[in-house]
Design a protein around this ligand. Structure first.
Ligand code: SAM
Ligand code: FES
Length: 347
């Protein structure tokens, strides 16, 4: 196994069977070796800097019906909310005062946010905070729509491919959605000039190791700037209620593998990772992740953006989350980077 880890670190690629072997068979005894290699790779590029992005979950209305997602259209129990432009700008102003220089606007595919409305929000943020980057994460839209948003000042876009295997994609989504359409959006975004983030859930229902290998190989084709992965976590009001959650160990192993494959990428230690284990995000950093995305949404709506159960930072502690996360980063031996956190693209 150590030979495979060394080869991946050196070459950044492994044949399909070796990659599957590494994911499936690495022993507990070899895990520290993998994590050390990933951590050293991150450290050689980024020192001990961790990038932060302020996350604003601005609408939980969604026209999609993804089987795994707690805010899917058919969840009639979800209490819906949508922030006004003024509320979004207030979140950004608060985030700015706290030191954030990137705002990530994430939401369901909410038809209320037409191109005109969303462009107005993006331009207003850029006008108020010219030294900040705006990232959008609002799902699948047309090439024209992505272009207009880019011209309005959004420079980054997060759209997880979810799973690269079309058949597996079909088991997680209704027939109206396809892996091909999602992947085409990612290539559109890249062609327009966005810095692109993609990624997948670890341990989603029916996922196999071969699916994960396909995900890694798809990412090698896409060459995204950011790769977000987190464990699948079940939600009672979805068709996947009662399915098993994804595993912490497998998520950490994949973060480390991704770090070796993509030394320059931004790899977030995600909220889902912090949800399945109280120290999940610190463990993610120690496995090679280099980004955290604290929640800047108003505290009274946070619990409503419930993609999965027991999501952290939604309760009484919400107001203190940012200070808490900063302390966690520092106690893990890292420091928070200042500025927009543009990272040089892989050559
Ligand atoms: N609507 C946008 C989109 O489709 O990209 C952004 C919002 S969507 C809720 C953001 C991500 O949440 C998805 O890409 C998915 O990977 C993740 N997610 C959804 N349900 C989840 C669950 N039950 N467990 C873990 N992650 C989940
Ligand atoms: Fe649309 Fe989850 S189904 S955000």
């Amino acid at each position: 196994m150590r030979g495979l880890i060394d080869a991946l670190r050196r070459e950044r690629v492994l044949p399909r069977a070796e990659l599957a072997g590494l994911i499936r068979e690495i022993s507990d005894g070899d895990m520290p070796y993998l994590f050390d290699a990933a951590r050293e790779t991150a450290r050689s590029r980024f020192g001990n800097r961790i990038y932060t992005r302020g996350l604003i979950e601005f609408t939980n209305y969604c026209r999609c019906d993804c089987y795994y997602c707690g805010i899917r259209r058919s969840n009639s129990r979800a209490e819906r909310y949508r922030l006004t432009q003024a509320q979004i700008l207030a979140c950004c102003a608060e985030g700015y005062a706290l030191g954030f220089r990137t705002f990530v606007l994430q939401g369901g595919e909410d038809p209320y946010f037409t191109d005109d409305r969303l462009c107005a929000v993006v331009s207003a943020i850029r006008k108020n905070h010219p030294d900040c980057a705006v990232t959008l994460s609002v799902g699948e839209r047309s090439h024209e729509s992505y272009k207009r948003l880019f011209e309005a000042g959004a420079e980054r876009y997060l759209l997880r491919h979810e799973t690269a295997d079309p058949a597996h994609y079909g088991r997680l989504h209704p027939a109206s959605l396809s892996a091909a359409a999602r992947q085409a959006c990612l290539f559109d975004l890249k062609a327009i000039g966005y810095q692109v983030g993609s990624g997948f859930m670890v341990g989603s229902p029916y996922q196999t190791v071969e699916n994960l290998v396909a995900d890694l190989r798809f990412l090698q084709r896409l060459r995204p700037d950011m790769i977000g992965i987190g464990p699948y976590i079940t939600h009672a009001e979805t068709p996947f209620a009662g399915q098993k959650n994804g595993s912490l160990a497998l998520t950490l192993r994949l973060i480390a593998v991704l770090r070796l494959m993509f030394p320059h990428a931004l790899l977030p230690a995600t909220t889902a990772l912090g949800t399945i284990h109280p120290e999940g995000r610190e463990m993610g950093l120690k496995a090679g992740a280099n980004v955290v995305m604290p929640n800047l949404s108003p505290t009274d709506v946070r619990a409503l953006y419930a993609l999965y159960e027991n999501k952290i930072c939604t309760g009484e502690e919400a107001a203190q989350c940012i200070g808490c996360l900063r302390r966690r980063i520092e106690s893990a031996g890292y420091r928070v980077a200042v500025g927009r956190g543009d990272v040089k693209r892989e050559s």
